[in-house]
Design a protein. Sequence first.
Length: 588
Amino acid sequence: RVTRFRYQPPSTQPPSYNSPLMLPDLLHLHTYFLFPFSIDKQAVLEDHRDLWAKYPRWIDGLDEWIAVHRTRASSTVAQHLGPWRRAAYSRFDLDSPAYQDMVFFHPIVRRVFFDTTDAAGGEKEALLRCYTIPLGADGKVWLEAEDRKGRSARVQITELRLFLFANGIGILSIGVEAFHISAADALWINESLRKVYPSSGRQLREARVPDRLTIAIERGGVREIVAEERFEKCDMIGFLPPLSSTIASLLYFTDYEREEYEPVLDERMIVYSYCAVDPAAISPEFILSEDYQVFLSRFLYVDRWGPGYRYEPVFTREEMRRQFYTRWAHQGTYYGFTSYSNITSTIGTFDCDEHQLLEGFLVHRMFETRYYLMALVALFYRATLLDFSERTALVSKQLYLDQEDGRIGVENIGMANDLRADFLHFSNYWHFDELANKDEELDHFTLQCREYRIRPTKEEVEEEIEKLNASLHTYHQFRNTEAINRVAMLSLLFGAGAVLTGFFGMNFGHRFGRLFFEPDQSTLPFHYAAVVAVLLLAFGALAFGIFVVIANWSDYKEIFMFRRGSNRLPGDVGSLRRRPPPVSRPQN
């Protein structure tokens, strides 16, 4: 049962901020916790070479990769909730979700960012795959948390989605909902349940992070634990943090212990959240009050409830002025964006002009459709650019080590060219400054990309890759010039020898012929001396040429090697991220 909110025009009297801080109640909280991660494609291909041997491209093998792990012993999620299933759009009629989701975006964006198939499961257009685990068929799934101070929360998981992109980036989306709760509880839910791992032991001891996270399913009054994390043992895996088992269990098809994927961000998931304030629990002046601004600041910056602003008030107001979209603020609807949150806050539910409430509340409908998709696209951009930053550093490190060892070769050029080609593909295929033509959608996307620093990060990565490519190009131009100079020198030697032997081989006759070609007893020593000299010159030049080629074999070996076929797997170059296996030493 929802409460209708009738908009009242703002009062002409200035609001009073001297009253006690009002704590609102919420009609509805709907939050998506977004976990971006990067799959080490080379590591996965090394571990599953037989699977991808049947597919020419990485994206083509994803369905089978996920399918073969649904019976994995450790995949409790697949056993209790069911496996991930492909969720591509296949219906495109007027009332279908595909039509309503896609129609607001530019045509090229529909091609790129929507996983679609025809009714018969035909050709797939986009280079991404969308999966879901259907929930609610035979029980309710809950996400639970508690900390050492006795605080706890329990919210229903209403949606699980997984997006895998052809460049190895993935986004796990966990949707939770709660109704008729206090604002303090809603803020604690958003702040605590977004935690992926503790950043230190102090966070656990001070209850700044839950010490228990649980996914549970409830069927017929019987509760079963699907995954549980208590952070009792938090050891890093190489350079990777101790990922919560609630996240790792949902990504059961890839092995975190073997470093097949890694989190892209820090210890927090991105919070994409909607709340509707209960108008029956607030005064008519609340929409213009400082209390609402305090609540919005706590909601936007994913803080727990407290008296007043969490940060210095003047600083906070200035930041909020920059990070909020306020076109509909006169109705109490605010949209806010930071580098770790994306929020929608409104007061009650009501008819929005000609958008009738009977068709569903417009603000919430947009939150879970087009704005959700735009938030995913912006997060994909950020995750991809951070991934490029790491790959650029690793390739540069490998080049530095190989250059010190004198082993720079065609493999290094291949690594740099692959990195450059991938970035070019991202810039030309994936990246758009404008997803839609409507002002409001474009403004939202621009604000989120600005907070994610998409443009400056893209320009920085592009500059680094171009400098890396230019450095390799200059180095190999120098090496090629040296090789060409050696070939020119050998050509001069062989040419001089050919001229001399040719001159010697010409029969001038008379005394010249008697001296070299038809010697008598008196000229025989001249004949043999000439033959020996020519032999020494010819075989000396040939031996010197062979020596030069062998001594500089790294510059010439590619000429004699066959090109690899088009079915070369992208994992053939090996993983730059995964640590090499430890060297086994004999026991004494």
